[in-house]
Design a protein around this ligand. Structure first.
Ligand SMILES: Cc1cc2nc3c(=O)[nH]c(=O)nc-3n(C[C@H](O)[C@H](O)[C@H](O)COP(=O)(O)O)c2cc1C
Length: 174
């Protein structure tokens, strides 16, 4: 898939089919995350791959908008040290992984772990490390109305689509 087309068509996918996803595709997604650039090339991340349904169900309890983890074929959880640029670096790795997945026809959506402490306990993550995000992956379920926690998207999200360029671009200065 053309990169620009992938960027423009990438959407959060929260409803998945029951089809499993092979190791080859999972490895391609992880490789895309591994190759993200990071501050001073620190590569501050570790990626936990979770395929186990019971663990996905338990993680789904750790966020306010994370029930899509229950249906996911697998999830990747990004863990870093609490260094100043690690949050930004994680974002780059996550976007790489989501785009790589999309290129292989796999949908994905972040699931914020608001109860980070419990999520870390479930996964055995050392206390001093930061659980950045969980990302759910799965083949998109066709012909469904997108929802978050069973609610229509406009009831939960700040906005639909994207702000037009005219609202966000400044030429030369603010
Ligand atoms: C930092 C971050 C946290 C997010 N957390 C969640 C979440 O907990 N649950 C969820 O369903 N979506 C989550 N999302 C996905 C956003 O809702 C999504 O990116 C946004 O609504 C745009 O969706 P779209 O690309 O389909 O238009 C998160 C996204 C980001 C960048």
């Amino acid at each position: 898939m053309d990169v620009y087309h992938a960027i423009k068509t990438l959407r959060a996918v929260r409803q998945y089919t029951e089809q499993s996803i092979g190791d080859e595709i999972i490895t391609r997604i992880l490789e895309a995350g591994r190759w993200a650039g990071s501050s001073k090339n620190t590569q501050p991340w570790q990626f936990i791959v979770v395929r186990n349904g019971e663990t996905l169900n338990r993680l789904a309890e750790c966020g306010r908008f994370s029930s899509h983890l229950r249906q996911a074929a697998f999830a990747i959880i990004i863990v870093t040290e609490s260094t100043p640029r690690a949050d930004f670096d994680s974002g780059r790795a996550i976007e790489n992984m989501m785009l790589a997945a999309w290129g292989d026809g796999v949908g994905a959506c972040i699931a914020s772990m608001h109860n980070e402490t419990d999520a870390k306990k479930i996964l055995g993550v050392p206390e001093n490390l930061k659980l950045q995000q969980a990302i759910a992956f799965g083949y998109p379920r066709p012909n469904v109305t997108p929802t978050i926690e069973g609610k229509p998207l406009p009831e939960v999200l700040a906005a639909m689509g994207r702000k037009p360029l005219t609202e966000i671009i400044h030429q030369e200065k603010w």
